[in-house]
Design a protein around this ligand. Structure first.
Ligand code: UTP
Length: 288
């Protein structure tokens, strides 16, 4: 029996972004540029490259610059059209032409699991790709595609992306307790959020392919650490009742919601842009 293809993605982007103050007071961190493209644009492009046609962005009150990225700016477009600047016009329209984007709202930042729950009505009874709105992976094959391929290999169910972390860093992540189930693949027993004693070096990062049953788990989940509803807790509970796998994806990951991760992502993006890469590289060498 072939699996139901994944055509919808959920991107939680409603957090307060306190690690990025002061700029995040007025500019959502998901809108910070990687050279000239907002972080969330890169995240959505990954979902689209993985075959998603519909994107549900979870925004929040006060994050209007994020919501407006997916709407037309008539004044700007008129001007560019009048001036015959077709290339710039295409760039101005990029946000609204990436995919079919629906914006839903999380009115209070009650946790990343709660944010996913806010997308329930838009997703319905379909499996979906969930990618964090501030996490970037540069890879020849988009992580979303890698997770879909892993899902095919294990015969379905939910699949989470994992990356290896050094033991001293494990306390910052949800860490997988599982057993090997193939190349780069583990069957998940549970995921322990920010453990003192990590069960493995496999940290749940970047995103998941989730069965819609995750919404039933989230609907009854009690708040966890910091009084927030965490997605990892829900995935862990899901693993106790149905198939959840972890897949160690290939690619270079950047936590762009963190200052150092953002700077790295920015530089890596600049070095990947043919029109400026050589000059950036030469300047970096000289500057250092
Ligand atoms: P983070 O933990 O990186 O976001 O969540 P945050 O809470 O905004 O971060 P800091 O620690 O205060 O800087 C990962 C993703 O989940 C979203 C965030 O917007 C980010 O894209 N998120 C987080 C929500 O949508 N809602 C929440 O309640 C929490």
């Amino acid at each position: 029996m072939s699996l139901e293809p994944v055509r919808v993605a959920v991107i939680p982007a409603a957090g307060l972004g306190t690690r990025f103050l002061p700029v995040s007071k007025t500019i959502p961190k998901e809108m910070l540029p990687l050279v000239d493209v907002p972080i969330i644009d890169t995240v959505i492009s990954e979902a689209v490259a993985a075959g998603c046609e519909e994107i549900v962005v979870v925004s929040a009150p006060g994050k209007e610059p994020l919501d407006e990225y997916f709407l037309a700016n008539e004044r700007l477009e008129e001007r560019l059209k009048d001036d015959g600047r077709d290339g710039d016009l295409a760039l101005a329209r990029r946000g609204q032409s990436l995919a079919r984007v629906t914006v839903v709202y999380q009115n209070e930042p009650l946790g990343n699991g709660h944010a996913v729950m806010c997308a329930r009505e838009a997703v319905g009874d379909r499996p979906f790709l969930m990618l964090w709105g501030d996490d970037i992976v540069m890879a020849p094959v988009p992580v979303g595609t890698q997770l879909m391929q892993a899902r095919e290999r294990v015969g379905g169910g939910s699949v989470g992306g994992v990356a290896r972390v050094v033991p001293g860093d494990a306390h910052k992540y949800g860490v997988v307790d599982g057993e090997p189930a193939g190349p780069r693949t583990w069957r998940v027993r549970r995921i322990v959020e920010k453990p003192d004693v990590p069960p493995s070096d496999l940290a749940a990062v970047h995103g998941y392919l989730l069965e819609p049953s995750i919404f039933d788990v989230l609907a009854t989940q009690k708040p966890g650490r910091n009084g927030e509803i965490w997605l990892t807790d829900a995935v862990s509970a899901l693993a106790a009742r149905e198939s959840v796998h972890a897949y160690e994806f290939e690619g270079e990951r950047f936590d762009a919601g963190d200052r150092l991760g953002y700077v790295r992502a920015f530089i890596a993006t600049a070095l990947g842009r043919p029109e400026i890469a050589d000059e950036v590289r030469a300047w970096l060498r000289e500057f250092l």
